[in-house]
Design a protein around this ligand. Sequence first.
Ligand code: 3PG
Ligand code: MG
Length: 416
Amino acid sequence: MRNLELSSDTEFRFLTIDDIVTRGRTVFVRVDVNCPLDPSSKQIIDDTRIKMTRETLERLQDAKVIVGSHQGRPGDEDFTSLEGHARLLQKYVPQRVKFVEDTIGPEAARQIVNLKVGEVLVLDNLRLCSEENVSAPPDILAKTIMVQRLARLLDVYVNDAFATAHRLQASIVGLPRVVQAVAGKLMARELEAMKQAYYDPRRPSVYVIGGAKAEDKLPIIDNILKTGRADRVLVGGVVANTFLRASGVSFGEAENRRLEKAPDLLEKARAILAKYKEKIVLPRDLAILRDGKRVDVSLGQGIEGDPVRDIGKETSDEYAQIIKAAKTVVSSGPLGVFEEKQFDVGSRTVLEAMAGEDAFTVVGGGHMGSYASMLGIGQRLSHVSTAGGAMLTFLAGEELPGVRALVESAHREIAR
Ligand code: 3PG
Ligand code: MG
């Protein structure tokens, strides 16, 4: 241990890999290389999260490194082995990368024990272990067979999976209770950007929230507005359609039913709108798919039955104006189906407006981050986060269990 001075920042008193000696030690690095996959070929479409592990792994060339991650969830189409991820990782790190088709069994243990300094061993998808799929308090997860088996083979645990820090899972909160735990480079960098956006937002502060998971995003929007961190929230995607439906807009029978699928969702949306009418900006027009073409329609012009694919052009321009006047802009979740070129107007306009500004700009959520890179404007944003849910959880003022585990480990270390 080189430096036991923790930062004065009370909520974030954890150690990082630069505070400890790793030479010759066996170090487990929890990363998040959960990537978007092509549904039919199962090939990785965007490997940004794999690339982003480089800084930490390069720093660990003096150690024996084990890499653990999840990919998808059991039962989902994107739940696959990490063999392909390991192959891609080899492109980015100087060490020799090996893959073992095992997680906590005898073959994994044998390969961990035989690992040499300067090698990286990628374990298979940690969610192949049933215990990794149980959400439970850290002290319970610390007692799982998974944690106990891995812990006895390790000297140090590094959490570099900021994008999974909102999950109460064995490899995120269980393992760091029994092995000395520190933050990786990416984790530290992500938290610095989040702290800047959260604790000291330059005003006006604008959030742009899109994406499909309205049931996740509504409570987060509520919390962000409650903490007073956002002056305006601009919405797009299914999130926007949910608010619009809650305020009486009809999308046609089938779509209305889909938007009402979670029983309290519209109720929740109405309550948020009632509380924060001035702060939430809803689309005034939408783009629909009609006869294979994009058609922009004003609300009230009737969108009965035509699938909504994007926010409209007028709305996009209005959002761009608001973003250009802001000093802090946080965006997560696409505003439309940007994979179809004619429906990328909302997402592209928002990203371009962000990139042109002398403001603190953060883009999160795998999709928007990838799209910013594809448009070639990633470099012109203050921070592109690898996280979606974890980022918004943090910015909504909630504690991240993965970060808490690092803080608690640091306190145990200091008390020793
Ligand atoms: C994500 O992409 O949100 C993280 O990798 C966490 O995955 P999860 O939502 O399946 O827990
Ligand atoms: Mg997720």
